[in-house]
Design a protein around this ligand. Structure first.
Ligand code: F6R
Length: 609
């Protein structure tokens, strides 16, 4: 949470920093701010509560010239989202500017010391202490100053610091939270992720734990906290700028929903051998390692947890291995039974979610093998895991996850089929057949997208509802959870998802005359039971909205509204049923006049526990 950018080069820094912040705004939008420095001039700091557009309006008539800049977009932790708490924060003399992502846990102790030594605080944030500490300790070497301060800080942080006396130097430091360097020609960048700078360079380098970056126009030096230079690998970012822009759509989310067929193609691409079987070298596991797996534990949060649940159904079915799916925030605190023959799969779009990262660390400390299923190359989770399977969904900017979930589910099928192939629990022909079915999915998703007219109409009808229930069985259950989460976070409607068979054990009490109940009913072995469940809620007055397979009439008599999807194998249906629920939630939110890219109180990358 919180997006940070740093730049030093030959361009006007304000344009570069604002461009980066626009792409990082998904990380938080409580306030935004910039600090700009030109050689021989005073450091200029501008900041404003609210979205980045507020800041842009505020500074439109100012001349903020300079070739060094830092910027911030905030998701508030310490102190309310006001102008006064917006970053950058400055020292007493206004010569030091600091932006920060994270939480400094010992800031109260540090504040007391600073106040005793005569510093005056002008905000309620934990961040400001760093600006005052730089003021106290700076003796002409900003990087050494930041290194010494980092040793005194507890908690998680990415810090980016500029000093008026150093017009060619931005210093950044990281502990636990993401920081990436962008390497240009005569200019260099730091950002919370690569979207901060892909308009300028695609050459990136990740920064490791407790490292400090010295960013100058002519080069970049990375050291540990003792000042020893450290080597790091650079990598090329394939995502192009267009992928991080709205491309003619009013909202990123609508664009990302439309991109799903292409995203699934990317996930599947190049992972099959000539003989039609899978090769997933990325798993870095020998066949013997794969055969030795005794259990699988999937850890994830939010929508990624729902992808993990689908993975459980696939892996259990195809591999006959016990699979648990655990919310990452609960995992390590319950002392889970994990050992060297456990495969832990961490599913995370961002690769930075603090709860999932801590689960990964815990699993590794128990000697489990950890596979990251993530969209973000170079992310902390991918680097701290034993192996990473990239979902290749491209940048997802809208806070609510759509194409990332779709590609995660696809990746979970690939993992399941690969384990089955190597362990021999499915023969080669069956694996080939499932892969062939998976390769048809992008076209089928496109077909669903082409049929969304009636769903948009339905959204207008449901605009004023206060409660919507979602029911599903088998793989429809995780998708019922996902449909409810999308509606909650986008339209602020009280939505809940249940296994359809469970509703009679309590939740059916929520049903009254006209309550909308979305039923995920693609053709499935449990169809007859699902038909019974639909009848049960309808008998109590529910308005039933049924997602059903083309040509399946068994449920039609009990549906007030029917949304059709094409036929596919029942295990793969989440990749199709998810689409109408995404569109429905987005369209209801739009009908309510809400911002679907940046729903209230949320941030895309949740880097606090
Ligand atoms: C919901 C959503 C969140 C994320 C969750 C995990 O639409 O986007 O629930 O799925 O915060 O994020 P990652 O996948 O980045 O670990």
């Amino acid at each position: 949470m919180c997006g940070i950018v740093g730049y030093v080069g030959e361009q006007q820094a304000l344009d570069v920093v604002l461009g980066g912040l626009r792409r990082l705004e998904y990380r938080g939008y409580d306030s935004a701010g910039v600090a700009i420095l030109d050689a021989g001039s005073a450091l200029r700091v501008e900041r404003k509560a609210g979205k980045l557009s507020n800041l842009e309006k505020e500074i439109a008539d100012l001349s903020l010239r300079g070739t060094l800049g830092i910027g911030h977009t905030r998701w508030a932790t310490h102190g309310p989202p006001t102008d006064r708490n917006a970053h950058p924060h400055v020292d007493c003399a206004g010569k030091v500017a600091v932006v920060h992502n994270g939480t400094i846990e010992n800031f109260e102790v540090l504040v007391r010391g600073l106040e005793q030594r005569g510093h005056h605080r002008t905000s309620d944030t934990d961040t400001e202490v760093v600006a005052h500490l730089v003021e106290e300790r700076y003796d002409g070497d900003l990087a050494a100053t930041v290194r010494s301060i980092c040793k005194d800080l507890e908690g998680s942080f990415v810090l980016v610091v500029a000093h008026q006396d150093e017009p060619d130097l931005v210093v950044a430091a990281r502990r636990n939270l993401p920081l990436v360097i962008g390497l240009g020609e005569g200019e260099n960048f730091v950002g919370s992720d690569v979207t901060a700078f892909i308009a300028h360079t695609r050459e990136a380098r990740a920064v490791d734990q407790d490292q400090v970056v010295e960013l100058r126009r002519g080069g970049v030096v990375v050291t540990d906290l003792d000042g020893q230079a450290v080597e790091g690998e650079t990598y090329h970012v394939d995502w192009d700028t267009a992928a991080a822009e709205k491309g003619g759509h009013e909202f990123f989310m609508l664009k990302e929903i439309e991109e799903q067929p292409a995203a699934v193609r990317e996930t599947l691409g190049g992972r099959m051998q000539e003989d039609g079987l899978l090769h997933l070298d990325e798993l870095s596991m020998s066949d013997e390692d794969v055969r030795d797996i005794e259990q699988v534990i999937i850890v994830a949060c939010g929508s990624s947890y729902h992808s993990g649940l689908v993975g459980k159904y696939a892996i259990e079915r195809w591999c006959r291995l016990p699979v648990q799916v655990e919310m990452a925030s609960e995992f390590r605190y319950r002392d889970p039974v994990v050992g060297r023959n456990t495969l832990v799969i961490a599913v995370s779009q961002s690769g930075e979610t603090a709860d999932t990262l801590e689960a990964v660390r815990h699993a590794r400390s128990q000697r489990a093998k950890v596979l990251a299923v993530t969209n973000t190359v170079g992310s902390t989770i991918s680097r701290e895991s034993d192996a990473a399977l990239y979902t290749r969904g491209g940048p997802e900017v809208a806070v609510a996850s759509t194409k990332a979930v779709m590609t995660q589910i696809t990746a979970m099928y690939l993992v399941g089929l690969y384990l089955a192939q190597v362990r021999g629990t499915r023969d080669a022909d069956e694996v080939r057949a499932h892969l062939a079915d998976l390769h048809e999915i992008p076209d089928l998703v496109q077909e669903v997208l082409d049929r969304m007219g009636p769903v948009r109409k339905l959204a207008r009808e449901l605009r004023d509802e206060e409660r919507v229930l979602f029911l599903g069985r088998h793989v429809g259950y995780p998708m019922a959870l996902e449909g409810a989460l999308k509606l909650k976070e986008l339209a602020y409607i009280g939505a809940e998802g249940f296994p359809a068979g469970e509703i009679k054990h309590g939740p059916i009490a929520l049903v009254e005359e006209g309550t909308p109940v979305v039923v995920l009913a693609p053709r499935h072995a449990l169809q007859a039971k699902l038909v019974n469940n639909v009848q049960e809620v309808r008998a109590r007055g529910a308005r039933t909205i049924v997602i059903a397979t083309d040509g399946d009439e068994s449920i039609t008599p009990y549906a007030d509204t029917i949304i059709r999807i094409p036929d596919t194998k029942s295990l793969l249906t989440p990749l199709l049923t998810i689409v109408p629920m995404q569109v429905l939630s987005a369209e209801i939110a739009l009908a309510r006049g809400l911002d679907i890219d940046q729903p209230r109180n949320l941030a895309k990358s949740v880097t606090v526990e």
